[in-house]
Design a protein around this ligand. Sequence first.
Ligand SMILES: *Cc1c(COP(=O)(O)O)cnc(C)c1O
Length: 382
Amino acid sequence: MIKGSFPIQKFENIQTPFYFYDTELLNKTLACIKQESGKYNYKIHYAIKANANETILDIIKQEGLGVDCVSGGEIKAALKAGFHSNDIVFAGVGKADWEIELALNADIFCFNVESTAELEIIDQIAKRLNKTAKVALRINPNVDAHTHSYITTGLNENKFGINLEQLQETIQLINRLDNISLIGLHFHIGSQITDMSPFQDLCIKINDIQADLKKTGITVSHINVGGGLGINYQHPNHIPMADFETYFKVFHEYLHLESWQTLHFELGRSVVAPCGSLITKVLYIKEGTTKRFAIVDAGMTDLIRPALYGAYHHIENISSDKDFEKYDIVGPICESSDTFAKDYFLNETHRGDLLAIRSAGAYGEIMASKYNLRELPKSFFL
Ligand SMILES: *Cc1c(COP(=O)(O)O)cnc(C)c1O
């Protein structure tokens, strides 16, 4: 089995656990995104919630991507990282008044609005600040992303977006609001989508919606199809990048756009997940009666995805080339869900070995917590 290449000598003096980011892979990924989306002049916003590490943001900003924010804190981080306010879109079902005010004062590109109640508040605040808020309506297209129920967002039963039946009345409301300008439609159907058919379904739905709106004389300049492109967590060494070529081509082939319309994307995971690994040290090998445990110094506080939604991460012992043995790989936190993998084959493992938990660049470091009063993991770049 081939392994990732890690500068293991350089790791010796770094306190574990820590996030290791492969900037070469990040740059390659960004170059690929730029090339494939550039073919069709698509506009890419990086979903900053996936990873807001300052060095990562700096690299992404240099490639000229915009940002997708879901909180006031993220807007602040994006501005601090040097992203242009006109490249910022702001989504979220529960925008607080101060966050709306911050976004209006920063003159961001667009609010992705999720309810009529929110529209009225944005209008009020914009009036007070003497601004006009540019908005895209987040529509719930009722498309099944066939992904984990916690990360499926585009079904009627989800809390996200405006249901199609309520679209006309929402637009009528906007016509009555003086400080709101409708510039776009927004969609986001879920995350970790690796099969292209939900994206095709989404395109077809958007075509229908646009055709219906046109009948009532409504057109918008911006269509935003969100993010959700998945990566291959099983084989990070063989498939280190999402298939951006096919992904953008699906939209080119299935979505009907007018020449004056711009298509926007909000990619998070597919940009940053592959380039990050959580490096952790083995503290103990514990022989149970039916199991052998590799107890490591990283826990669910450093990477919560396995505990939160049973997510799979490929794990390698980067210190050992011995024969494979079966382990449960567990952390030190006082929760049974603090398990990275069960019955997992690692090269024979001993105390002091380093394990790399792969594809952890998205929803890893950013979700770290101090539970058990642990220190937050640091990061290391190469
Ligand atoms: C989380 C999120 C994204 C990014 O999703 P990925 O699966 O990481 O690509 C994009 N848009 C919205 C509105 C989101 O909530």
